[in-house]
Design a protein around this ligand. Sequence first.
Ligand SMILES: [Zn+2]
Length: 170
Amino acid sequence: MNYFAHLLFSFALVYGLLYAFSLIAPIQIPVNLQTIAVIGLGALLPDVDHPKTKVFKLIALLFLIIGTAFIHSAFFSSGHEENLNNSLNAITGFAVVFNQNVIAWVVSFLAALVLFGIILLLKPKHRTITHSPLAALLFAAAVALITKSVFYGITGFAAYTSHLLVDKIS
Ligand SMILES: [Zn+2]
């Protein structure tokens, strides 16, 4: 099933459930960015184990950007100002700092790339761990913790489970 069908089914299912629930309980059906993000993520995240999916590509891109920035800040962030102060003049100093910066960023990026390659080798097979009720529960717990809301946790669980259902029937 493609990502669009997963999104469509998750939104239909979660909002259908919310609507049904609103008939018997005094709740407001939430239409906000946070709810949409939780449903969208829950609907797509299970396929992160599949290299051909959009989620995988998006997460790969985010991983490289964040990984590069993280490695750079952890290993290369200090010392540039010192070099600038010790230099004879500002222009030479700038050139030195600029060169060091470019090299530092390239090294950081390569390190992030290697790290990603290692993760890729350890990655589970398609439709195994990420396509399990345990993963749905973990996702729900993570959402509830991050948003500090049980409601979002349950919403996330429903969205994630809907993905597993769609995979089962298709
Ligand atoms: Zn799937």
